[in-house]
Design a protein around this ligand. Structure first.
Ligand SMILES: N[C@@H](CCC(=O)N[C@@H](CS)C(=O)NCC(=O)O)C(=O)O
Length: 210
């Protein structure tokens, strides 16, 4: 059955799912929702996701929200991307949790400060703290990627998607600290993947606050 994805293509969390769908070769339809497209404040949307956020994936009568849960569901449904052995799977879960809890939050703060908020509402103190936290989080990633091609296993996999989906905007906003050779190598290889080029390396102009 064809899957339905709800969410604007400018959302990094939607981009993660689009990237995975293409890597898995899964057919889908996407409907814009969130941001300037609205829809998330309707009763129909709340029935799919009471948290009123995107992405939401519909598979027949089954609705799923939270991008990382969706990634895991897709990888299990289609086979691929998720390591089969318990240790490999746990390692993938580890890096995905790290992205959600440690890497993405300071990035989101910076994205709001530099892109989404009008200049009059920006807060230099918030920016300084987030830059420091983002640099520390990227340094941990770099410690691994200096010695490994991917975040898990010998091939590209599910764990590369959440963190990898931030790389385009980190570079575009000049947020990448100098000297992270492992992250830079990995990000350059990710940027060659057609699904990354189609869904991640895209304009975020529609999100600019001024
Ligand atoms: N933890 C959630 C976060 C979802 C989220 O915050 N989505 C944002 C877009 S990146 C959203 O829906 N924002 C409100 C909107 O676009 O209207 C996930 O990973 O799916």
């Amino acid at each position: 059955m064809t899957l339905t994805l709800w969410g604007r293509a400018s959302s990094v969390n939607v981009q993660k799912v689009l990237w995975a769908l293409d890597e898995l070769g899964a057919p889908y339809n996407r409907h814009d929702a969130g941001g300037k497209y609205g829809r998330t404040d309707t009763a129909e949307f709340a029935a799919m996701n009471p948290n009123r956020r995107v992405p939401v994936l519909q598979d027949g009568n089954f609705c799923l929200w939270e991008s990382q849960a969706i990634l895991r569901y897709l990888a299990r449904r289609h086979t691929g991307l998720y390591p089969a052995d318990p240790e490999g799977r746990a390692r993938a879960d580890q890096w995905m949790a790290y992205c959600d809890t440690t890497l993405q939050p300071p990035f989101i703060t910076l994205f709001w400060q530099y892109v989404r908020l009008p200049q009059t509402q920006r807060d230099p103190a918030a920016t300084d703290a987030a830059r420091s936290n983002l640099g520390a989080a990227l340094a941990v990633l770099d410690g691994h990627l200096r010695h490994h091609d991917w975040l898990t296993g010998a091939e590209f996999g599910i764990a590369d998607i959440p963190a990898g989906s931030l790389m385009h905007r980190i570079h575009a906003l000049d947020l990448m600290p100098a000297g992270l050779a492992g992250v830079e190598r990995w990000a350059a290889v990710l940027a060659e993947r057609p699904a990354y080029q189609a869904h991640v390396a895209t304009s975020f102009d529609e999100l600019r606050g001024n």
